[in-house]
Design a protein around this ligand. Structure first.
Ligand code: DX5
Ligand code: ZN
Length: 216
């Protein structure tokens, strides 16, 4: 059995209160922070990069920083992110000409290795790389923006990945709220990313409610 993990997505944070809100999620019991890096090329949005992530690392020295690279040819940034002290480096299968080589480089860098697919990419593309990764990230919305609706076809995609490998982490990202998180877990996921559902409203209460659903 894989342990359930809650990973609040920083994309939805109030950047004016970043330090306070990050400390609040952590002290409410969410020890993994999902960090969305966007380059304006692979996705139509630009988020933040190394200086901001370095700041997050200073604020939460013990947190697991789960970096989701929505960036073309992400290996270009691997060393820089490693130096910052991130933990997980998840690339998009669609974002590189050489997924296998890139995953190998992440492994050699000593980071947790993740691969993600967009909603339109067949799960079968993962078959050749599934033994190279620690984590698969299933996008349940088109990557680029927070606050979108969960795509229901994601459930069977999650189950299909779980059939490929029992022992890895399966993370799901986009449109997850208290009312659908149980279905996402039942489909076979164990890492839950939530942006709006955590950072809008009372953060401590939101984290507590999610932890209860996740049993952590
Ligand atoms: C979207 C990002 C998500 C996003 C999720 O491209 O990868 O992590 O922050 O936000 P919500 O939970 O608001 O859908
Ligand atoms: Zn993400």
């Amino acid at each position: 059995m894989n342990i359930n993990i809650l990973a609040p997505s920083m994309l939805a944070i109030d950047f004016g209160n970043m330090e306070k809100d990050l400390k609040e999620v952590y002290s409410a019991g969410a020890y993994t922070i999902h960090v969305d890096v966007m380059d304006g090329m692979f996705v139509p949005n630009i988020s933040f990069g190394p200086p901001v992530i370095r700041h997050v690392r200073r604020i939460l020295p013990e947190a697991v920083l789960d970096v989701h690279m929505m960036v073309t040819e992400p290996a270009r940034y691997l060393e820089r992110f490693k130096t910052i002290g991130i933990n997980n480096f998840t690339i998009h299968y669609e974002a590189t000409k050489d997924p296998e080589g890139t995953l190998k480089q992440i492994r050699e860098a000593g980071l947790k290795v993740g691969v993600s697919i967009k909603p339109g990419t067949p799960v079968s593309v993962l078959e050749p790389v599934i033994d190279m990764v620690d984590q698969v990230l299933i996008m349940s919305v088109e990557p680029g923006f927070g606050g979108q609706s969960f795509m229901p076809q994601s459930y069977e995609r999650i189950s299909a990945v779980r059939k490929l490998r029992e022992d890895i982490d399966i993370e799901v990202d986009g449109g997850i709220y208290l009312d659908n998180v149980k279905d996402v877990l039942d489909a076979g996921a164990n890492v839950i990313v939530a942006g709006s559902a955590i950072f809008k409203g009372d953060i401590t209460e939101n984290v507590t409610n999610f932890r209860e659903k996740l049993g952590v």
